[in-house]
Design a binder for this molecule. Structure first.
Ligand SMILES: *[C@@H]1O[C@H](CO)[C@@H](O)[C@H](O)[C@H]1NC(C)=O
Ligand SMILES: *[C@@H]1O[C@H](CO)[C@@H](O)[C@H](O)[C@H]1NC(C)=O
Ligand SMILES: *[C@@H]1O[C@H](CO)[C@@H](O)[C@H](O)[C@H]1NC(C)=O
Ligand SMILES: *[C@@H]1O[C@H](CO)[C@@H](O)[C@H](O)[C@H]1NC(C)=O
Ligand SMILES: *[C@@H]1O[C@H](CO)[C@@H](O)[C@H](O)[C@H]1NC(C)=O
Ligand SMILES: *[C@@H]1O[C@H](CO)[C@@H](O)[C@H](O)[C@H]1NC(C)=O
Length: 525
């Protein structure tokens, strides 16, 4: 029996009773969350749409990066991905059957406005209209991101993208087009996905688009870039772009459209490796560099003191007018959380000259050292995130206690597993159960969290892995020309939760009922 056949046979038993014990703290259901609390799942344009060269779309910096030979994506790219561009109706049907309240996706700027600015591509416009209408007709709320690592390559080539001040005007114009066309139906806008990761991984370490870094920093031998300056510069322009788009939305659209706008960050919740005072301070410093970098300008109008001290003149400063525009320019924050990590103080780091963002942080941080190959070695396909749900609690408490308790959406949280080994993804179920349970505790303790989205709806083109790993609730059979989707056990578990089922501690999860018919219905599509 071939591996593939064995895998397909395992698909067939999924409809039967499957029971296994997953431990949780106590029994809960979605009705324990405040009314209106939203549960969803997400994807992003380049990772799911495919049709990369169809209907007038032009490349983004993600296309260029995925087609380069950096090795990060193991030779894979998103040219076809899950082909959601053609299969959005199938996917919305899956979401509706599962019971999702909301779907988080992103708009491909270069599909909507192929040159980055100027004329709108009617086919691109039609696609997002179709997707949004399909979602709404199934009662699913769209949560839309404008920039998910995918600046049009045209703007990167023309003036260097985010390291140029020109980007502020072009981003605001792109955002304006989106608000104008889609804002009658889209009520939740995010300007940037993981603005902090994009700035440091794209411009200091260089392993994410637009792959800029400079020796001796960076995981790759980048051909261009400046790790000393560009991460700070890109972040600064991103903050100014965010503020412009947000103020434009508030001024022109919010009264009529009644929506909300925010910014998304990845939260690597950091805890001290020891209880030594210097390590405790080091963990706070990581929080300032990772979160405070964007949150403090937005909440207080300026960068954290420790960043100003350690980066000196390499950190741009806000003029009084800029500070005023940036300060307060958000309706909500969004955070992506996967796992916490430990940090130790590393004071010698500040004796190094010249320094980049990471040496400025002056900690030993476990994902920092090494080159591309050793970086990849840290993420073998079988790598699963350690379960640290208390880190999610820590991040939400941080926003509550230090940043004024703004409304928060958790836009990504999920478990990485080797792709297409089994549909019985118990580690993912355990991961979701523990995080949602801790989320409930934190909401009960006064956090202003408003929603939770798991990453990801489908096994998409993954940023660190191509197609070697997946986070999906649904498996996508890449060997099938139809790219059929199959529910994993986690889809069934999540669906039961979404439909009000109780999640019980120390008890078997029995997934019975109509799932077999759902999978065979999918198999026949
Ligand atoms: C997993 O997916 C890859 C890529 O599509 C394929 O080559 C491989 O045969 C699959 N493995 C199994 C066990 O199906
Ligand atoms: C970078 O270049 C150096 C010197 O040519 C080489 O030894 C090293 O393997 C390269 N690293 C990567 C990740 O390509
Ligand atoms: C730090 O102190 C706390 C409280 O005393 C303790 O629970 C924890 O295990 C300590 N951590 C380390 C790494 O020693
Ligand atoms: C870079 O990767 C190579 C190959 O895996 C490894 O031998 C080398 O030690 C790594 N260098 C660092 C600084 O991690
Ligand atoms: C609950 O909130 C209080 C008040 O903000 C805080 O002091 C406490 O640490 C929180 N509890 C947990 C477990 O985070
Ligand atoms: C199964 O599906 C049928 C028709 O779609 C529905 O009437 C029935 O209530 C479902 N049963 C369960 C256990 O969900």
């Amino acid at each position: 029996m071939t591996k593939k056949l064995g895998f397909l046979l395992r698909l067939l038993v999924v409809g039967l009773v499957i029971a296994e014990t997953v431990h949780g703290a106590y029994e809960f259901s979605r009705y324990d969350f405040p009314p209106g609390f939203v549960f969803g799942a997400g994807t992003s344009a380049y990772q799911v749409e495919g049709a990369a060269n169809e209907d007038g779309r032009t490349p983004s910096i993600m296309d260029t990066w995925a087609h380069s030979d950096s090795g990060i994506t193991s030779g894979a790219n998103g040219d076809i991905a899950c082909d959601q561009y053609h299969k959005y109706k199938v996917d919305v049907q899956l979401m509706a059957e599962m019971g999702l309240d909301a779907y988080r996706f992103s708009i491909s700027w270069s599909r909507l406005i192929p040159n980055g600015r100027g004329s709108v591509n009617p086919k691109g416009l039609q696609y997002y209209n179709n997707l949004i209408n399909e979602l709404i007709s199934h009662g699913i709320e769209p949560h839309v991101t404008l920039h998910h690592f995918d600046l049009p390559q045209a703007l990167e080539d023309e003036y260097g993208g985010w390291i140029s001040r020109n980007i502020v005007r072009d981003f605001a114009e792109y955002a304006d087009v989106c608000f104008k066309i889609f804002g009658d139906r889209v009520k939740y806008w995010t300007t940037f996905n993981e603005a902090n990761i994009f700035s440091m991984a794209g411009y200091d370490l260089g392993f994410m688009p637009p792959s800029r870094c400079s020796s001796p920093f960076g995981f790759l031998n980048c051909t261009r870039g400046d790790s000393l300056l560009e991460p700070y510069l890109a972040a600064h322009n991103i903050l100014l772009s965010h503020a412009s788009a947000t103020r434009l939305y508030w001024k022109k659209y919010q009264n009529i459209q009644k929506g909300y706008i925010g910014l998304n960050l990845l939260s690597f919740y950091s805890v001290p490796f020891t209880n030594k005072t210097e390590d405790v301070i080091a963990a706070r410093r990581v929080t300032d560099f990772f979160m405070g970098w964007f949150v403090e300008p937005l909440v207080y109008g300026d960068y954290p003191e420790v960043m100003k001290n350690n980066a000196g003149s390499r950190l741009p400063s806000f003029t009084a007018l800029e500070s005023q525009r940036v300060k307060g320019s958000f309706d909500f924050f969004a955070v992506n959380f996967y796992s916490a990590n430990y940090v130790k103080d590393n004071p010698e780091s500040l004796n190094i000259e010249p320094r980049d963002y990471f040496t400025d942080m002056a900690v030993q941080w476990k994902y920092k050292q090494g080159n591309a190959s050793s970086f990849m070695n840290r993420f073998p396909p079988s790598f699963e995130f350690p379960l640290t749900p208390w880190g999610l609690q820590g991040v939400l408490e941080l926003f509550k206690q230090n940043y004024g308790n703004p409304p928060i959406f958790i836009y990504e949280n999920g478990q990485r597993m080797q792709r297409n080994t089994s549909l019985e993804d118990w580690p993912r179920i355990q991961y979701l159960q523990e995080h949602i349970s801790v989320l409930l505790d934190t909401v009960r303790n006064g956090s202003n969290a408003k929603g939770y989205f798991t990453w990801s709806l489908l096994d998409v083109f993954e940023l660190l892995d191509g197609y070697r790993s997946g986070y999906g609730l649904y498996y996508v059979d890449l060997d099938d020309p139809e790219l059929r989707r199959y529910p994993k056990l986690s889809a069934k578990w999540y669906s039961r939760f979404l439909k009000g089922g109780s999640i019980t501690p120390d008890s078997s999860i029995e997934l019975e009922g109509n799932w077999s018919s759902l999978s065979s219905a999918q198999a026949m599509r």
